[in-house]
Design a protein around this ligand. Structure first.
Ligand SMILES: *Cc1c(COP(=O)(O)O)cnc(C)c1O
Length: 362
């Protein structure tokens, strides 16, 4: 049968109307400029563990003719060990974005809304739109270090899934653990705690998976483990939830190389702690320098700083930095438009950033 020729004027869309309406996720840019100081996507400025390189070098490429282990069993066992949970409480994903995709497939629908913080990670509304699920946005208090509102449970009522990003992005602040515990016990739905940045924080909620059957905790290798290019994240929850997520995942979502390298990274906790300590100390130094330039800083527990320049014009600062080959993240719009989200880089990178900012604000 002959297909109709493509004539854009007459083009009839066969997409679901929700797909036509979808803007799609806008990832941070990955520019090709040389000599660029790249502080825009919260990657780790340090390399991954040498154990990862070792695993790559010893990988037998002839094995690639076979399918990988669909359940990534060896990797998931390592994750379970490190987090002191049982193997049946773990699922691995192709990045934690993959974990989020499974979660939205599982718990959201046109009659099953999701509640998220505002501002937060901009992928969540995109995943909700794919499910045609309503989104309830819970405004954080800009004048109080982006704290959660006291009536969060009231606002989240009716949602089937509540996502708390802790530490939050792009703001970087955390929330008192006692509040999270209270939400977990009283919220009638799944509480998904996105811990992409937890390794840089004072505490985390991993122990809550033993306490509450409705809690999912997710982690990623993209930030603290310095493996954004590998694509690996995981979720921990009670075995019934993990069983459900396993039904919804792509059957071979973890390729053979990723399984092997991710396991090497996860097992090298000592290297992880060393790298995290370095990033945290650089974070303190960078915060001090930004304050000297009269930037207003949100208290951060992540590997980035959400900071407003003295004139409150985030866009101007973003463009000026970009013209000087320093890339940070800028989110246009009401509250976020006043700020820059600056990834903590190496000492030299942070210094370049500060030097450029001095031209503007000193
Ligand atoms: C970076 C990030 C992720 C995604 O991590 P990947 O594993 O790279 O997909 C998830 N949640 C938050 C809040 C993030 O900042």
């Amino acid at each position: 049968m002959l297909r109709k020729k493509v004539d854009m004027k007459e083009y009839k869309s066969y997409f679901r109307s929700s797909v036509d309406a979808l803007a799609g996720y806008a990832p941070g840019e990955q520019p090709k400029m040389l000599d660029l100081v790249k502080l825009n996507t919260n990657e780790n400025p340090f390399p991954p563990s040498p154990a990862v390189l070792g695993a790559l070098e010893s990988f037998d490429a002839t094995l690639l003719r076979r399918y990988p282990d669909p359940m990534a069993d060896s990797l998931c066992s390592a994750i379970a060990e490190v987090n002191q949970v049982t193997r049946n409480m773990v699922v691995a994903g192709n990045g934690s974005d993959d974990i989020l995709t499974m979660t939205f497939r599982a718990f959201t629908a046109p009659d099953k809304p999701v509640a998220i913080l505002d501002p937060t990670y901009s992928l969540y509304p995109v995943l909700a739109a794919m499910q045609e699920a309503p989104v309830i946005k819970i405004k954080l208090d800009e004048n109080n270090n982006f704290a959660m509102p006291e009536d969060i449970l009231e606002q989240a009522k009716g949602a089937n899934l509540l996502i708390i990003t802790r530490p939050n992005a792009p703001t970087g602040n955390s929330f008192p653990k006692e509040n999270i515990r209270k939400i977990a016990s009283e919220f009638d739905g799944i509480l998904f705690i996105d811990e992409a940045y937890a390794d840089f924080a004072d505490d985390n909620c991993m122990d809550m998976v033993h306490e509450f059957s409705n809690v999912i905790v997710s982690r990623t290798s993209s930030k603290s483990l310095a493996l954004a290019g590998l694509r690996f994240g995981y979720a921990v929850a009670n075995p019934v939830i993990i069983d459900g997520l396993n039904k919804l995942k792509d059957s071979y979502n973890m390729d053979m190389i990723t399984q092997k390298l991710a396991e090497a990274a996860v097992r090298d906790q000592e290297y992880l702690q060393t790298t995290v300590a370095k990033v945290k100390s650089l974070r303190t130094e960078l915060a001090t320098e930004l304050k000297k330039l009269n930037f207003e800083l949100v208290d951060t527990q992540a590997n980035f700083i959400f900071a407003a320049p003295p004139d409150g014009d985030g866009e101007k600062a973003f463009r000026f930095l970009r013209d000087h080959a320093v890339i940070v993240r800028y989110f246009p719009g009401g509250v976020t438009g006043k700020y820059l989200r600056i990834t903590v880089g190496t000492a030299a990178q942070n210094q370049r950033l500060i030097e450029v900012l001095k031209k503007l604000y000193q």
